[in-house]
Structure formats: C-alpha cells, structure tokens
Unconditional design. Structure first.
Length: 426
C-alpha cells in the first residue's frame, strides 16, 4: 500500500547542549525519480502507456529535551514538512503531477521518568501527547499514518504529493504511555487519531504488551476502533468503528545471531471478520564472501481483512509487498496469499545489494484478480551518515490485465519499473 522509506535519520545540528538540556535542528530530505512502462487503473484516471515522474519531501524543524533533575526529562519535537510531485504522477494515478503542500508534521511533548521508578527500569514511564508516529512490532498492523495520496482521487484526499517517498507519517493527534524499560516486560497504551482522509480519519485505542530479551520478543496487541469520518469512509472502513482486533507475534534468533525467525497472527472481530498472518525465516551466511542473507516468508490475508495502518518498516517487502504490485497494481494486504524470497548481500560497509521475488495470489477472484509475480533488484549505498542512494529495477508480470479483472492497462505483458531514491540527513 504505502512505500515510506524507513531509514534511521538520527542526524542533527546541535544548537545547544548542557547536560540533559539539548536543542537540535534536524532536516531530512528524500528525492525520487521514477519511470514505469505500464500503468494501472485503481481509480480509472490512467490510460495505457509509460509514465515518468519525480517526488520530493523535506521534513525540518527542532527536537530537544530539558532535564528536570530527579524528576525526569521533558522532550519534544516541532517540525514542518514540504512535499511535491512532478511529471506524470505515479502509474496508479494516486498522484497526477503538480501536487504541492507544506504543513506541520511533528508537534509533540513528552516526559520520561529517568530513574524515578527503578522497578520499571530506566525511563520506565514515558508519556507523550501531540502529533507523532507510532510503530508496534514490525509494522504489520500499526506503522504510523503514512499513506500519502495525491490528487488522483480528488482534492479532498490530496495530502500534497510525495506518494512513494512517504515522509508524511505522523498521526494527527496521539496520547501514548509507554511502561517498562528496554528489556523484560513492557507495554504501550495509546490513543491515535488519523488526520489522513484516505484512512477516513480513523481513531483507535490500543494496548501492546511484550516481553523483550536479547534473543527474542513475544508480543500481544489489542486494538479497538473508536470512530471514523462517515462522510469519507469506504464501506469496509465503516466497520472500524467498534472493531476489536487481537494479535500475537514472536521473533527470535534461536540463540544464533545469524538466524531470523518471525511470525504474527491476527484476528479482526467486526461485522465481516478478518484474519491475517505471516511466517518468516532467514539465515545469514556470515563466513561466506558478501555475507549473504537468504529469507522466505508466507503471508496470508483473508478477503475481508482491513490492513489498518500497516506500512513499510524493516526493509523492502515489509509491508509493501512488491514495488509495483504493492504500490500500484493491487491491494495486496487484503484478500491475498503472498510468497516472498529475499536475498541480501553486503558488498562493503557502505554498499548493500538485494533481490526480492514475490508470488502474489488473489484468494477470492469473483470481483478482481490481481495475481502476479514480481522481481525487484536494488542497491543501497550510504557513502556517509548524511547521504543515502538507492537505485532499483522491478519486473512485474500480472496474471490478467485490466480487461480480464486485473489492473494493468494495455495487456498483461511484463512491466519494467525503474526508480532512484536519494536521502539527505542533516
């Protein structure tokens, strides 16, 4: 669905620092250039043929903290964001070119307890309110508020372009209470209200409880839907009001740092109940040249499953599954069974190479069939802490074209997709 890059951009220009009293200026910029041989018709505003476009997003502002001595630490952030899309817009018509917007992205304050409550660990109480993001687990259900629709579906849903770079991530309003330290038993209690019209401005409450150790994490999540904007909600989104969702997740290295095992299963209690889940395993051959990592994942989403705020988090394929399929060609976080094979290579300390293969199958084909296969090849170059460069080529072959119940316009032939992403952090 959404393709926000999740690069850790913890870089800043320090304006002031005296003990716990810190004020930093931070700027994060993403630039992207894209071209797709084929186009898609989820909104009916595209014709067959190639599209080429560019995107840019910049988040800028201040982040700081203020020590309260034995009474903990105050912290906060105030940042704006400017986004835009040029050229034809993306191949699905989510953006059509010419979108621009500047508004607030982050505006929150918080308090951490430092060593006030030793039984809860360092900063065992962390309370924050305002405009900010939240990620639970690896973002399978809750990963910020990042679907950045352009003007393709009308001005009311337009968030100002930058659909793929997806830097606009914060919920409109939040209250988040974190209890517990970095390890052992900890929890998150949160109220989130989206300011995103494509999410029907959903508000929800959640409770996350997890046990964290060096080897593994076991987590339990409960989500309760509180409200949606009835005027812009789809029939499926209307069921978010009163939704009860339950999830269990587990990840471990089984005592071997080269091993990665992860799974999550979830059930949505609503009028049209839904289920989803995945199982993934990977291994890094650290003694071989390039330290190759090979992984396999199977994910399944029932026909009526609502992906809520799922989003891109721990790497390509999570949870935008296929750069073409997941972003433009179909709703692959619902009514789908998806197999994924990944390969990552460490060419150097600054260069990583990767490949992702997806086999995507629509489960209930009575209304559409977005089945297909995709191969994505990419490189990630980080020449310094301030720069990130990532070229990619994707090859997507749908089972059916738009005239047969699929979404690709101009036939079911192979689509070649190219993109170049540049990140700047200061």
């Amino acid at each position: 669905m959404m393709a926000a890059l999740s690069i850790d951009s913890a870089h800043a220009y320090q304006l002031y620092a005296q003990g716990d009293d810190v004020l930093n200026a931070e700027i994060t910029t993403y630039l992207g250039a894209f071209t797709s041989k084929k186009s898609y018709n989820p909104l009916g505003n595209r014709t067959a043929g190639r599209v080429s476009w560019q995107e840019a997003a910049t988040k800028y502002g201040f982040k700081g903290s203020y020590g309260l001595g034995d009474s903990g630490l105050l912290y906060g952030s105030l940042k704006g964001i400017t986004t835009g899309t040029w050229g034809d817009g993306d191949p699905a018509g989510w953006s059509i070119g010419g979108e621009r917007r500047t508004n607030w992205e982050e505006a929150y304050v918080g308090w951490k307890s430092a060593d006030l409550f030793p039984a809860l660990g360092k900063d065992g109480i962390d309370l924050s309110v305002g405009r900010q993001g939240l990620v639970i687990g690896d973002g399978f259900i809750i990963k910020n508020d990042g679907f950045n629709m352009g003007a393709g579906a009308g001005e009311r849903l337009n968030r100002g372009g930058g659909y793929y770079v997806g830097l606009r991530q914060s919920y409109g309003e939040t209250a988040i209470l974190r209890l517990g330290g970095a390890q052992g038993w900890r929890s998150d209690l949160a109220w989130l209200k989206s300011a995103n019209p494509i999410q029907a401005e959903t508000s929800l409450g959640l409770l996350n409880v997890e046990h964290v150790s060096e080897q593994s994490t076991l987590g339990l999540l409960y989500v309760h839907g509180l409200d949606v904007n009835d005027q812009i909600a789809s029939p499926g989104q209307m069921q978010r009001e009163g939704l009860n969702q339950y999830s269990v997740r587990y990840k471990t290295n089984a005592g071997n740092p080269n091993v990665f095992l992860s799974t999550e299963l979830t059930y949505q209690d609503k009028r049209d109940s839904g289920t989803a889940g995945y199982t993934e395993g990977g291994y890094t051959f650290s003694d071989l040249p390039l330290s190759p990592t090979i992984s396999y994942r199977y994910a399944r989403y029932s026909r009526t499953y609502d992906p809520l705020f799922s989003g891109f988090y721990r790497g390509y394929g999570t949870w935008v599954q296929g750069e073409v399929a997941g972003n433009y060609a179909g709703a692959f976080n619902s009514n789908a069974a998806i197999q994924n094979v990944g390969l990552k290579l460490k060419a150097s300390e600054t260069v990583k190479l990767g490949a992702q293969v997806f086999d995507l199958k629509t489960l209930d084909t009575s209304n559409y069939d977005f089945s297909g296969r995709e191969l994505d090849l990419y490189a990630e170059w980080t020449p310094s802490a301030h720069y990130y460069i990532a070229p990619m080529v994707g090859f997507y072959k749908p089972k059916k074209d738009a005239g047969e119940g699929g979404s690709q316009l101009g036939g079911d032939g192979l689509n070649t997709y190219l993109q170049l992403m540049v990140g700047l952090y200061f």
